[in-house]
Design a protein around this ligand. Structure first.
Ligand code: HEC
Length: 166
């Protein structure tokens, strides 16, 4: 009879596991912000990898794909761990560009192949791209790039992080 109970408890654990997996994105809203900070070596790194800003809040954004809303995530979800871009993006045929400081600020910075050429980025146009989705020429970026509603501290931190990415 012991075996039956073993089987039943195994089943219960599997069910809890499956439920947990499905609802994880919904339970994920409140994180311990101090715990979160500890897992990254800087505030900018936290934003880059988790999409969470001050006090662990999920940084709100406009546009961007639905899967990002479901699963959460930061810049690394599209631009890669090193900002190199080029990852295949779900439900899109646009590529996330390289956003290392070097490639953003070099003369011939190009976005996707079908994009117009534009002047190189500087600190303030990078911030504008992140917030308002405009390239240095003032042209809108693809809608898959979220428009992040960051506050000043968050913007400063992410720019410092991008500078260190090279
Ligand atoms: C859902 C995918 C996605 C996420 C998440 C994302 N980006 Fe992007 N990003 C893109 C795509 C795609 C482009 C290229 C848009 C284009 O070429 O029009 C882009 C372009 C950019 C650009 C302009 C580069 C250029 O080539 O003109 C910057 C700067 C940038 N992203 C920074 C960020 C930062 C910082 C974050 C995190 C806070 C972030 N992105 C998160 C998809 C994403």
């Amino acid at each position: 009879m012991k075996k039956i109970w073993l089987l039943i408890s195994a089943l219960i654990f599997i069910i809890i596991g499956v439920f947990g997996f499905i609802f994880l994105p919904y339970f994920n809203f409140n994180v311990d912000s101090q715990q979160l900070e500890k897992s990254f070596s800087s505030f900018g790194e936290q934003i880059y990898f988790s999409g969470r800003g001050e006090d662990g809040r999920i940084i709100p954004y406009n546009y961007g794909p639905n899967w990002l809303r479901m699963h959460g995530g930061g810049c690394s979800a599209c631009h890669g761990d090193n900002g190199e871009g080029g990852l295949p993006l779900m439900m899109s045929n646009t590529e996330a560009s390289s956003i290392t400081w070097e490639s953003l600020t070099e003369e011939e910075h190009m976005e996707g192949e079908d994009q117009e050429e534009h002047p190189p980025y500087d600190k303030s146009t990078i911030k504008r791209a992140i917030k308002d989705g405009l390239d240095p020429a003032g042209e809108p970026l693809d809608n898959i790039m979220p428009r992040w509603q960051m506050n000043k501290e968050e913007l400063d931190a992410i720019v410092i992080f991008l500078k260190d990415l090279d």
